[in-house]
Design a binder for this molecule. Sequence first.
Ligand code: NAD
Length: 460
Amino acid sequence: MKHELVVIGAGPGGYVAAIRAAQLGFDVACVEKEPALGGTCLRVGCIPSKALLESSELYHEAKHSFASHGVKVGSLELDLATMLARKDRTVDGLTKGVAGLFKKNKVTRYEGHARFVAPTRLAIEGKSGVTELEADHVIVATGSVSAPLSGVELDGDRIGTSTEALAWPAVPKSLVVIGAGAIGLELGSVWARLGAKVTVLEYLDRILPGMDTELALEAKKVFEKQGLAFRLGARVKGARRDGDGCVVEIDGSEPIRCERLLLAVGRRPNTQGLGLEAIGVELDAKGRIPVDAHYATKVPSVSAIGDVIAGPMLAHKAEDEGVACVEFLKTGYGHVEYDAIPSIVYTAPEVASVGKTEEELASAGIPFEKGSFPFLANGRAKALGHTEGRVKILVHAETDRILGVHILGIRAGDLIAEAAVAIEFGASGEDLARATHAHPTLSEIVKEAALATQGRAIHI
Ligand code: NAD
């Protein structure tokens, strides 16, 4: 079979690239080794974790907050099987939705594992044998896999990664999470809300590396109040199954026993077994595929996008690269604004960030003003009963251009969208401060933080 364009991988990067390519008139095919489309994000990442975060938050609220609203519930019971089934239905609906979009856009789908046999030829190993595909151009969008940690023996049961932690059939009494990044904190929160005693071990002296330090400190205190225990500066040497539970060994302290262990120390590019070496594409030291500004590898017929190339491992970054990559191929133009890619951790409260942090600005010697406004002083936050956190805006001290926005608070993930658009448009703090924000909404906190960069917030 021959196609103009073949995309390897049907995650958010690959399936969006394939659909955009079809819109642009390419004869396009997408190869995916899993029976369901959608990649890690839809099948075993963003979507199922958000379904469980939502359900566990409702359970937690019913237990701890409903009474303060004057809502009395009788006996409260957790039905974990139903919660997991709902998550599975959510995933199923969305992955089938992608299959529907492929049909609608006439994207040809191949199920199997793709490997390069030549720069324009792929061998697809599927259930019914090997098929050869020819393509004028190939986009590699194979995503990432959980990073292993030396000494930690994953057994797919007691000691697992995020994939297993999305489907544990019972709430563990004790859970140790290795890594205080997005995955560790989101899934740690899910199981803590459902009743597990959760301990998060983090190698660094802080949680959420890469996020604003001040907000990360504040977030840690909030999570501690929710029952998460943190051990910072803890270097895990190893972990193994021991009877019905596991033992975790930490440098310089006593081993910890727990019922289950979640390894969440990052992800690594999924670039093995693709035959890249055979066609002359060499990987960098981190296993990523080097590309130029147009996502082209050094082999002219091969491009790469998403988690397999440099940059944050985020679904929306991969999607936008997929679109830009095929637009480059068709028109010679395409663009991703890397300074305006938001990043969100879906804990309660959420942590969201776009642009530069204070630390990054300081180390680059860029002069900035800072404006901060707490959720506590916002009417809507009070009415919601969720007053933790703040919005922090960083603007250039001379030009007032918005350089970074960092939010800890309820619905931070939605509030950050306005900041991303502002940065994309090169807006100033004053632009944001002058724009009318509806009352009573949480978005007023963003406006007030922008006002605060000029020392003129109203409600504080
Ligand atoms: P991460 O890199 O965000 O966090 C991993 C943490 O593990 C770091 O804090 C690191 O210091 C720590 N760590 C590393 N080695 C350790 C050791 N030996 N002992 C103790 N701690 C150790 O990785 P993650 O949370 O696994 O997420 C993986 C990727 O997936 C990231 O790129 C993340 O952005 C992405 N992701 C994003 C979201 C989201 O946007 N909401 C959700 C899930 C995953």
